[in-house]
Design a protein around this ligand. Structure first.
Ligand SMILES: [Zn+2]
Length: 325
């Protein structure tokens, strides 16, 4: 026999030597949920181990993340008040704006990415401005983009390193890029949720971010899970409009998209391993059906192998520890 591939699998050192894909703390981005309405941490039932933070806890959490070896966090805000103009999203003293300032004070090196969307701030829970005609509702694109732009600029003014529009309105990346440049934030980068699918796996997040739509669903703006060519067109638009990093969401059911996006565009590509994907593994691990650490490392390796340069995950802190050399 000439070929014995098992020769290179014989010992841990050999396997280590020839491994094509390895993980490190710099691969992961930790989501943080900041809730203006609470004064102490609150557990999220469907996401064991993930908590909503009170505004006072944010800086400490950011320091912990940095000490664990993470380079970046992504912030989601839950405002005290919601309305039909999402005014909490772009207020100078909004929950995310304040959180960015505190993190940058305590931990200036840690990269702060802010989620830019309106759903947490809208009383109806949609990602944009809505109009209701009888039985139908519409999410108005250009009106929504105006508010998203205000939100992004206010995050940049607070010191965010990246703004991350997650709404899937048309033209928002270009509009945000223009407005940031005009306001003097030409160094604030954009990580765009370029291909975000209407997914069943967002369920637990809606509890975490208190953002379930009060009527209808998000299929008129998020993408249809059957469409890969359309995902590539969406990504192309965001790249053309000035996105610095592109993100695919969710992760495991969309590995083909991730691979094609990375290959076609060659830009830094991120993937969001979402709440439902997290909850599935957690639930199985709690029952003793899976080894959590091994399963998570395998999933993350798979995402990176498929083309992800960066992975947003609720296990980021644990992963930083597990993958430190
Ligand atoms: Zn949204």
């Amino acid at each position: 026999m000439v070929h014995r591939p098992r020769r290179l699998r014989r010992t841990a050192a050999l396997r280590d030597l020839v491994r094509e894909t390895s993980l490190g703390p710099q691969d992961f981005i930790l989501p943080l949920f900041v809730n203006e309405k609470i004064s102490a941490r609150r557990a999220i039932g469907s996401m064991p181990g993930v908590e909503q933070l009170a505004p006072n806890d944010v800086a400490g959490e950011a320091v912990r993340a940095a000490e664990a070896g993470l380079q970046a966090v992504i912030l989601f805000g839950i405002p005290a008040e919601k309305d039909e103009q999402a005014s909490g999203a772009y207020g100078e003293k909004g929950v995310v704006q304040q959180a960015v300032r505190t993190i940058k004070q305590e931990c200036p090196e840690l990269l702060v990415i802010t989620d830019v969307c309106l759903c947490e701030y809208m009383s109806h829970g949609h990602c944009g401005v809505t109009r209701i005609d009888g039985d139908h509702f519409h999410v108005l694109n250009d009106e929504s983009v105006e508010l998203l732009v205000k939100t992004a600029v206010s995050h940049a003014a607070a010191g965010a390193d990246f703004v991350a529009p997650s709404d899937m309105m048309d033209g928002r990346v270009g509009a945000i890029r223009d407005a940031l440049d005009v306001a003097g934030y030409d160094q604030t980068a954009i990580m765009s949720y370029a291909a975000k699918f209407a997914s069943a796996f967002y369920g637990p997040f809606r509890e975490a971010a208190e953002s379930p739509p009060q009527f209808g669903d998000r299929r008129s703006y998020q993408m249809d899970p059957g469409n890969a060519e359309e995902a590539l067109r969406e990504v192309a638009l965001d790249v053309e409009e000035g996105a610095d990093i592109i993100l695919v969401k969710p992760a495991l059911p969309y590995l083909d998209i991730l691979r094609r996006v990375r290959e076609r565009f060659g830009l830094t590509t991120a993937v969001y391993h979402v709440s439902g994907e997290y909850a599935m593994v957690k639930a199985a691990a709690e029952r003793g059906w899976l080894d959590e650490r091994q399963a998570v490392l395998e999933i993350m390796t798979g995402l990176k192998r498929a083309g992800a340069n960066l992975i947003v995950t609720y296990w980021a802190r644990e992963l930083a520890e597990w993958t430190r050399r």
